[in-house]
Design a protein around this ligand. Sequence first.
Ligand code: C2E
Ligand code: MG
Ligand code: MG
Ligand code: MG
Length: 279
Amino acid sequence: EAKKRGKNQAVRYSQEQNDAIEYRLYVEQGLYNALTNKELHATFQPIVNSDRKIVALEALCRWHSQDIGNINPASFIPVAEETGLINALGLKMLREVCIAHRLLRESGHPHIKLHVNVSILQLNSAMMVQEFLNYLADFGVVPEDLVLEVTESVMHDFNTRKVLKELSQKGFGIAIDDFGAGYASVSELSEPFTTIVKLDKSLAPTNDENSKQNIIAESLVNLCHRLDKKVLFEGIESEAQADFATRAGSHYMQGYLFARPMSLMEVVSLLDSVEQQTN
Ligand code: C2E
Ligand code: MG
Ligand code: MG
Ligand code: MG
């Protein structure tokens, strides 16, 4: 029996590969249904300023599957992009962001901005700008209250840059996400339409104050200041990191030290409780 299995495995995929393929197939088939049966929803992670006050929320997509539990964005976002479902997913997230916008205003927190991640594939259609504007108009949201997060790689493409420029002219904030993680080019920091540079987790300060990583991070903050961009440290998990980021001149911070991604209701009660403390 063992011999037979071994032989089979030699010509087929290993168990591990099989599992990976099955999982991938499940994700592919399940994602379409998930979009219609409400298995997808947004969580919101607070972004704080240098006084550690919550000034914005980043919407992050979550998929809780009835069959196999939670699936990571790292597993399903690439699948959404390959299957073209990312456009529907993106609009779904925009809708959740608009709903959050309304609830925040109704609950007395009108200054909170909302960040939403946008895939390069959503940016390659000329219709996209109008589609976004129509969507917002239905909810009475103005582009100025939103920040679109794009990964630096989208900057390399002429067409997407054109769409980004247009979005920026309409009033949207544009953040370069995960800066420094991939094929970062410093020249991208000079794009007039980028308003915020989000330094990737891998650049979050280390405990050794004088590490090369910290020197690079600090210099990037200076560079952003001089180029008139706001800068944000992602993945801040410790006091020491937050301290360093603040001393370096970071405008914003985001990370588990301040808050994890949470439901809209949790965010509102967090905002309410912080307000009570300062009153
Ligand atoms: P991202 O946009 O760079 O989001 C930040 C990720 O870092 C989130 O992971 C967040 O939960 C995580 N994070 C936040 N603070 C900390 C921290 O202190 N330490 C650590 N280790 N991690 C932290 P998440 O939610 O798993 O999302 C992963 C990526 O998936 C996102 O990276 C984004 O690129 C993509 N994504 C998520 N939602 C959407 C969406 O609605 N649309 C698109 N196009 N992409 C999305
Ligand atoms: Mg992001
Ligand atoms: Mg990021
Ligand atoms: Mg990321």
